[in-house]
Write a protein that binds this ligand. Sequence first.
Ligand code: PYR
Length: 638
Amino acid sequence: QKRLLITDTTFRDAHQSLMATRVRSYDMLACAAALAREAPQLFSLEMWGGATFDTAMRFLSEDPWERLRQLRAKVPNICFQMLFRGANAVGYTNYPDHVVHGFVRHAAANGMDIFRIFDSLNYLPNLRVAMEAVQDTHAICEGTLCYTGDILDPKRDKFDLKYYVSLAQELERMGAHMIAIKDMAGLCRPYAAEKLVKVLRSEVGVPIHFHTHDTSGINAGSILRAADAGVDVVDLALASMSGSTSQPNLNSIVAALQGTRRDTTLDREKLDRFSDYWENVRPYYAPFDTAPKSGSAEVYLHEMPGGQYTNLKAQAESMGVSHRWPEIARTYAEVNQLFGDIVKVTPSSKVVGDMALFLFSRGIKPADVVNLEAGATPFPESVIDMLSGGLGWPDGGFPADVTLAVLGAEKAKAARALYTAAKRRGLKAPKVAKKKREQQMADGIAAIRAELATKLKHEPSDDELYSHLMYPSVHDAFLKQQKQFGDVSVLPTPTFFYGLQPGEEISVEIEEGKVLIISLVSVGEPDQDGRRMVNYELNGMARDAVIIDKSVQPKTKAKPKADLADPNQVAAPIPGLVAALSTSMGAKVKKGEKLLLMEAMKMQTTVYSPCDGVVSELNIAVGDTVEAKDLLVRIKPA
Ligand code: PYR
């Protein structure tokens, strides 16, 4: 049998699952050329997609397209792989076909070789546009089945072997060049992995790629069993970036298979040097490095994907209820059952998390939701959207009773009709000749390009176009930041996160071969406006600059707290950011009308009016950070 092929996930899923996707291009670029030289046997580097696109711009002030091209220049010989969320591309909502199609084309043209395309409910029609777009390029189209439940548990028969085999066969018929088993929560136990791979091997003709997470601590076992059963490629992360919610340990699997029929032929000793490198780099990211220190079998209860676990736990902490985590984990599991037992991965996992926190914070048991008055409870918008069909459909649709309770009779009926129509249509794509389809896609993109040119006041580049289409406000903020500070991705990581200390010296390569030596000499005392004189040397020349130190600005006054006994005062339900405001001072509002949207760690919470009346006090603006129980809005009852 052939050697086991390996995808190294260190540049994408490993840090997405361990440290909130924060690893900067700088640290990848520093080792990329060496990796290309020392580990050319790697099948691919997963280095893009998933949450990296958003995070690069939002938190790192980096252009994700630059990351792709710069890494490509340093790694010409190993395939690049990305994670693509089907109709959600690299975002969290469904995009029009021409956006998905254009994004794939642009990514392939900039160096992407393998697209792993999945849907968060395994709703295959959502994969069609992206799969067809990849098939028109040089790249490999990896059709994905998301694994949940347990094929060895006869009680979880919704997700049995037959279910996965028929998904894989359907993906092959849709033209997938490879099939990925995406075990995003690490639920695929060793003997399940063996059985699944063995059966898929005999039922489909294309190569099989196994992706898992080591959340439970036993997933190296799953990798080895899958290897025995004939899997073609597996996902692993370099030793010091592996384990826990990340992938199993690449270096150790290489060692485990040395001298066997599936020997990877990778040089373990060389790979250990790369693990040493990441061991040294990882502490820079300590504030984000919150993954569990050890494996836990609790994952079989809640089934949360690796990336969500730390997010939801931090969310619970910010709500002051982290001591009740086991209850929250159980609520998450019960909400999954309430929704009819669904696949949970971005964005469906977020919907389950939103609902779990909503019910938990109100003391409502998931099982009691179906007894609530139909359509009367202000459930999170993500839940309303999913049950209305906004993400597509799970096998069999959503349960009728929960749909009715959440949406109300009228909207539930409309959702049912949508589902029935989708089921009737099945996987049948509307028949459009390729040439006509190309034209439709091009026309769609031309229209948005013209719109964006008006907004930006210049003709957008393709990078700008697609970044903007995915994340309009994040991209606006990124452009503003770039204009003000230039390209901060060239700064060393400790400087980027923590700044320089007087006496410290760094070198910064601003372009190929052009290096600046910067040393900080001193920082003066602040004046009353917070201005400080900074003395530094640039390539040995003394320079100074005045900067405003925001930390010494007069602090904004704390907001008043709401009187929780007064039903007309609207309090912040969670600490977080005011993301959108749908009302204004003096506005008339109805009970249950949306007032504002709050955001904290990827979770969104809508705040509704408690009564009919008029907004008589408004203490917030979009962008404000508030604490839990702060008084946001006061309503004068009508
Ligand atoms: C993502 O969509 O980002 C995952 O890792 C599943």
